[in-house]
Structure formats: structure tokens, C-alpha cells
Design a protein around this ligand. Structure first.
Ligand SMILES: [Zn+2]
Length: 79
């Protein structure tokens, strides 16, 4: 369906613009960011629960656990 996320039409994505300017996970600033409220498991086993915006790459690849209400993100993680 979508080009960015397989299960989501691109036009249904909630893309963030000015409010956040970097991915909270990889800290990349030159990427499209999406609203993602969740917990990231770090390599040392601790967690970072201060995640509010992430790029598509991190949402797809990083060990994130979703804590918000955006069920479409959960659908992605379960694929
Ligand atoms: Zn990222």
C-alpha cells in the first residue's frame, strides 16, 4: 500500500514538521519524522522512554515498544 510503511497509505501518515527537528533515536535531522510515543530498549538493556518522534527507519528497525494510542504503528511492528 504505502511506500514508506507497507500497511499505511502514505497520505494517512502523520508527518511532523516544525515541532521536532531530529529523530529521537538516531538524532538524524535530514529525515521525515513521525509521531511515535514509545520506549526504546538500549544496547545496555536500559530503556529510554523519552521518545516522541522517530524516523521511518528507526520505527521499522529499532527495538521500540509503543506506549501511545497510534494503533497503526503497532500494526507495523507486528508484521
Ligand atoms: Zn531515526
Amino acid at each position: 500500500m504505502g511506500k514508506i510503511f507497507e500497511l499505511i497509505a502514505d497520505q494517512a501518515l502523520e508527518k511532523l514538521d516544525e515541532y521536532y527537528d531530529e529523530c529521537h533515536i538516531c538524532e538524524d535531522t535530514d529525515v521525515d519524522l513521525y509521531s511515535y510515543q514509545g520506549v526504546l530498549t538500549l544496547p545496555d538493556g536500559t530503556t529510554d522512554d523519552d521518545i516522541y518522534a522517530a524516523c521511518a527507519t528507526c520505527i521499522g528497525l529499532k527495538p521500540l515498544r509503543h506506549t501511545g494510542e497510534q494503533d497503526y504503528i503497532r500494526a507495523i511492528k507486528n508484521t
